[in-house]
Design a binder for this molecule. Structure first.
Ligand code: AMP
Length: 437
């Protein structure tokens, strides 16, 4: 088979196929395993009473520019954005800003003073593709909007951990930090700038630029020399107000009570001013360079950034499904087997083909998984197909069977064959399929 090379899928995107795949441009995990993973995620989050929100993939660019932040890599370099007519569109790179948009736009505060929302769907970032980093990828996550208590923070982190626990993932590392309230960051920013300025010459070009615009971003540098420089830098925890400190201490106490292990990491920051208080990231050693499974934090000032008159307390996490799949594969997770077909109808001749088409419909209505030949193949080829599809039964019908109103039913596991009257066929198949599975 061949395809015009210019029509292949875009680098950094992939097809999810019914079978496990190794070909370029296909995700190696089959669609039934994706479905399983999505179902487990939904079940866990729904147990926490998170309700699903679905927002458009297409959003107005200014929402993302303001909601994610002009200074972030996402907005500065990674948006798939375009203009049509008078409107600037972007393929959403994340869902926190869209969910907050929907919350404000639809006055969800009137539906209950705390909204617990979850989402699951594709996101788009124009990144350099590599393992665990794609241009179209899938995120799930939650947002708790309207609650400012440390219990809300603990609930979000507990929900995130519960998802990974449901898959039995081990060796995960939860890093935790606090960014304080509205006045913490400017004071800390100034202190960090003052500390780093004498070393400006030793910083990389990019960090030197960030020193002026967004010095907090320097804290997550991977450069060993810069990391050494930062060892004695001021710590944001020392800048927390008494109430912010109390919030942080309460979150930590709740995590301990919940038996959720964490490490404190003063270098874990988010560059944007609307992030407040708790911030966290979950890592897995199985992910290599792209070690983050999920991350999140409190963003009490985002609503105001989007033009709302008052602050709306909110906290959430976002997680990558592809990274979860990598971690699951590394830990040899047993994905459920494809359930396979109950029945494959083998028809010989036109009349039998017509009968099969109707019989398939009837059996499906009764809840069985049924398929049939669509190519007018020989009996041998049809039996081979029944085998390939791992059908539990082959139901074989030709002219003679039509006359006798009896089908030949072959048990594909044992090879045993029975003649079954047409009007007993569905009871026979349903009875045995239910009994045997
Ligand atoms: P972020 O919004 O950047 O904090 O991302 C949240 C999570 O989404 C990360 O922890 C990753 O698991 C996942 N993620 C982010 N960007 C990508 C990407 N380009 N490809 C795959 N997963 C990603």
């Amino acid at each position: 088979m061949s395809l015009d090379p210019t029509l292949r899928n875009i680098r950094g995107t992939f097809d999810i196929l019914p079978q496990a795949a190794a070909s370029e441009g296909a995700h190696e995990v089959p669609s039934c395993a994706w479905q399983h993973v999505e179902q487990v995620i939904r079940e866990v989050l729904e147990r926490f009473n998170f309700r699903e929100i679905r927002t458009p993939i297409l959003e107005p660019t200014p929402l993302i520019a303001r909601g994610v932040g002009q200074l972030t890599d996402i907005v500065a370099k990674e948006m798939f954005a375009f203009r049509r007519g008078e409107t600037d569109y972007v393929l959403r790179p994340e869902l926190t800003a869209p969910v907050m948009r929907a919350y404000l736009q639809h006055r969800l505060d009137q539906q209950g003073s705390v909204q617990k929302l979850y989402y699951l769907g594709p996101c788009f970032r124009a990144e350099n593709p590599q393992k665990g980093r794609y241009r179209q990828f899938h995120q799930f996550g939650v947002e708790v909007i309207g609650a400012e208590t440390p219990e809300a923070d603990a609930e979000v982190i507990a929900a995130m951990m519960a998802v990974y626990e449901a898959f039995g993932l081990r060796k995960l590392r939860l890093r935790l930090n606090a960014l304080g309230d509205a006045d913490t960051r400017p004071r800390y920013k100034a202190a960090l700038q003052a500390y780093l300025e004498p070393y400006a010459e030793q910083l990389s070009a990019i960090s030197r630029k960030r020193l002026e615009t967004n010095p907090l971003r320097i804290l997550d540098t991977k450069d060993a020399r810069e990391r050494r420089l930062l060892e004695n830098a001021p710590r944001i925890l020392d800048f927390l107000s008494p109430s912010a400190r109390a919030h942080y201490e309460a979150v930590k106490a709740h995590l301990q009570e919940l038996g959720i292990a964490f490490v404190e990491d003063p270098f874990l920051v988010r560059g944007l001013d609307y992030y407040t208080h708790t911030t966290f990231e979950l890592e897995s050693p199985d992910l290599g360079a792209q070690s983050a499974l999920a991350g999140g934090g409190r963003y009490d000032l985002l609503a105001q950034e989007l033009g709302h008159e008052a602050a709306v307390p909110a906290i959430g996490f976002a997680a990558g499904i592809e990274r979860l799949l990598i971690a699951l594969q590394a830990q040899h997770y047993a994905f459920p087997e494809d359930p396979g077909l109950d029945v494959f109808l083998v028809a010989l001749g036109q009349n039998a083909a017509r009968w099969s088409l109707c019989q398939a419909q009837q059996l499906r209505r009764e809840g069985l998984r049924v398929d049939l030949d669509l190519k007018g193949r020989s009996m041998k080829a049809q039996m081979r197909e029944a085998n390939r599809q791992q059908a539990r039964y082959a139901v074989i019908v030709g002219e003679e069977e039509l006359l006798r109103k009896q089908a030949r039913v072959r048990d594909m596991r044992t090879g045993q064959q029975h003649d079954v009257a047409f009007d007993e066929l569905s009871d026979f198949l349903k009875g045995t399929v239910v009994r045997l599975t």
